[in-house]
Design a protein around this ligand. Sequence first.
Ligand SMILES: Nc1ncnc2c1ncn2[C@@H]1O[C@H](COP(=O)(O)OP(=O)(O)OP(=O)(O)O)[C@@H](O)[C@H]1O
Length: 224
Amino acid sequence: MSDAVVRLSGLTRSFEQGGERIDVLRGIDLEIAPGEIVALLGPSGSGKSTMLQAVGLLEGGFGGSIAIAGTEASALPSDGRTRVRREHLGFVYQFHHLLPDFNAEENVILPQLVAGRGREEAAERARELLSALGLAQRLEHRPSQLSGGEQQRVAVARALANRPTLVLADEPTGNLDEHTADRVLEQFLALVRGEGSAALVATHNERLAAKMDRVLRLHEGLLE
Ligand SMILES: Nc1ncnc2c1ncn2[C@@H]1O[C@H](COP(=O)(O)OP(=O)(O)OP(=O)(O)O)[C@@H](O)[C@H]1O
């Protein structure tokens, strides 16, 4: 697959802990196609976050190769990794990490301004995404004035604002009750599909994973 949005070959990561070496990732091979939505399942401690950090080019220390949208990124210097991240990746975490002093619309506008988009266009895009997520009446609310599910939906809009090739989501609904988690995940999947982005979504929830296009299982440092 030459147009893969992610290609991992022999990805490894080990940590030293108390003088002992733990091999968390032991040679992961993976390709994700454009627009494909992939669940990454595994129990706590199996290495899901570590793998997302590798694909997100957020940390060094990995062995093997990480290519994002055809660019071999693992060997790039930090500014090159930042550029690939800005051009191609969007992130959603378990906790929203929204800026507390800015309202919902501004939180979705800001990453677009950083990417060089004009304010008017950025505001229009923010309203489009937030409306698609049912938040048209919440544009001027600050994060503390939103429910947990609403906060996560703003975080989803922010992640998609710059039309990423790939969205990386680490337990995006892990902080929500089951009913809210289901609704937010449905909206997340529908929006990502509509936008044509690919996604890699870490979860330990089999039921939520089953709603995605493909399910990967991380076990003892390898994908099953
Ligand atoms: N910086 C670090 N230093 C030492 N060990 C680490 C570090 N980061 C992760 N680990 C270890 O790597 C293993 C995998 O952690 P990781 O957070 O990737 O798992 P996870 O599958 O995302 O778990 P969870 O579902 O609980 O978030 C764990 O044993 C963890 O203790």
